[in-house]
Design a protein around this ligand. Structure first.
Ligand SMILES: *Cc1c(COP(=O)(O)O)cnc(C)c1O
Length: 361
């Protein structure tokens, strides 16, 4: 038999591991491990999805026109420069596919999202990890790491799992300092949680080398439906359109996302409730001696005293049926990322961590 050999880089990929959702023998599991919206999707989105299911023998729209129009209305962007994907993950992958191949470099930072090296390796490009400064993306370090081979720079703003973010001046300095031929990708999965943040729109409108990706998986509560979008310069969007599958989004997903996008009252309610519970949880943990950086997203990164304590705390929470994310794999061995739940969930996790701390002294 002929020897089958995948493209170079593919066997370097370590499989992505999602947040756990079950604990053996425990019924009432509280899942705070995947940054899902505790309030769920908008009622309008649920109704739209059910209604669309009645026509599921029909192929979906290929141009996603109605959804792009809704995005244009709500975010004030030109629908012609919006492209929709099967989760923002598909769009993040397509950017690497279109612009980075063998011999090219793809940059991201040390605590960056675990999918970024996968996008590089899947396309044969070389992943390059750049240090952060105290859990914040370091613009100087990124610029220093750039070479003529740099083609794509991924940063999430706000970042996951740190919850920190860069301001517009830093983002502009990064975009303007990149070598010719490199694209800055602003992964805005958590942008909606930041009141007044344009997710990079002004930067994009003034430049040719910046694109943003956005998702319906977080504040819009549609993680199970798989849908996201990107907005960028027309030239980049036109390139991505050529490699996008014509039927990459199902009709029920398109209908749900359009309704969710237009239900701005639900989005606003989720943003306000998240900020309230997040700040309560961060303060309560700080009072127990567990600090966290000020989070701008829908999770906090709790810093335990040591790796041993973080692992023990994670084990204790799991035994109580509470799932959070141990982020040792993100270069943060003493940290737990805890999704902001509803009020009762935040109280439950803080109470359980309090019991854990008490038992250790
Ligand atoms: C959750 C998340 C996404 C969203 O991915 P989808 O494919 O849209 O579900 C993207 N980037 C980061 C950093 C995330 O945390």
């Amino acid at each position: 038999m002929a020897k089958l050999k995948p493209q170079s880089g593919i066997m370097d990929i370590a499989l992505y591991v999602g947040g756990k959702s079950h604990v053996d023998g425990i019924e009432n599991v509280l899942k705070l491990s995947s940054n899902e919206n505790p309030l769920g999707a908008s009622e309008a989105a649920k109704e739209a999805l059910v209604r669309a299911s009645l026509d599921m023998h029909r192929y979906p729209s290929t141009d996603h026109g109605a959804l792009r129009a809704a995005i244009g209305d709500v975010w004030g962007v030109d629908p012609a420069r919006v492209i929709c994907g099967n989760g923002s993950g598909e769009l993040l992958m397509m950017i690497a596919q279109a612009y980075a191949g063998k011999g090219d470099e793809v940059l991201f930072t040390e605590h960056g999202f675990a999918m970024y090296p996968i996008y590089a390796n899947a396309n044969g490009a070389t992943p390059v990890v750049v240090p952060e400064r105290e859990r914040v993306v370091d613009v100087d370090a990124l610029l220093a790491a750039c070479t003529k081979k740099t083609k794509v720079v991924y940063i999430a703003n706000p970042a996951n799992p740190t919850g920190t973010m860069l301001g517009e001046a830093d983002l502009a300095r990064l975009a303007d300092g990149l070598p010719e031929g490199a694209i800055l990708v602003l992964d805005g999965a958590y942008a909606e949680y930041v009141d007044g943040y344009d997710a990079g729109k002004a930067l994009i409108d003034a430049r040719e080398n910046v694109i943003m990706t956005r998702t319906f998986s977080k504040i819009y509560g549609l993680g199970g439906v798989r849908i996201g979008w990107a907005y960028g310069p027309q030239a980049i969007v036109d390139v991505l359109m050529r490699i996008r599958g014509p039927f990459n989004l199902s009709a029920p997903a398109l209908a749900a996302a359009e309704a969710a996008m237009r239900d701005t009252a639900h989005t606003e309610k989720c943003r306000i409730e998240n900020a309230k519970q997040r700040d309560w949880m961060a303060t309560a943990l700080a009072e127990m001696g567990i600090p966290s950086d000020t989070s701008t997203a829908n999770f906090i990164l709790a810093r335990l005293a040591s790796e041993e304590e973080a692992v023990a705390c994670n084990d204790h929470l799991t035994s109580e049926g509470i799932l959070v994310r141990y982020v040792g794999g993100y270069g943060l061995p003493n940290c737990l990322r805890i999704t902001v739940g509803d009020e009762a969930s935040c109280r439950r996790v803080v109470h359980a961590i309090g019991k854990f701390k008490e038992a250790r002294v």
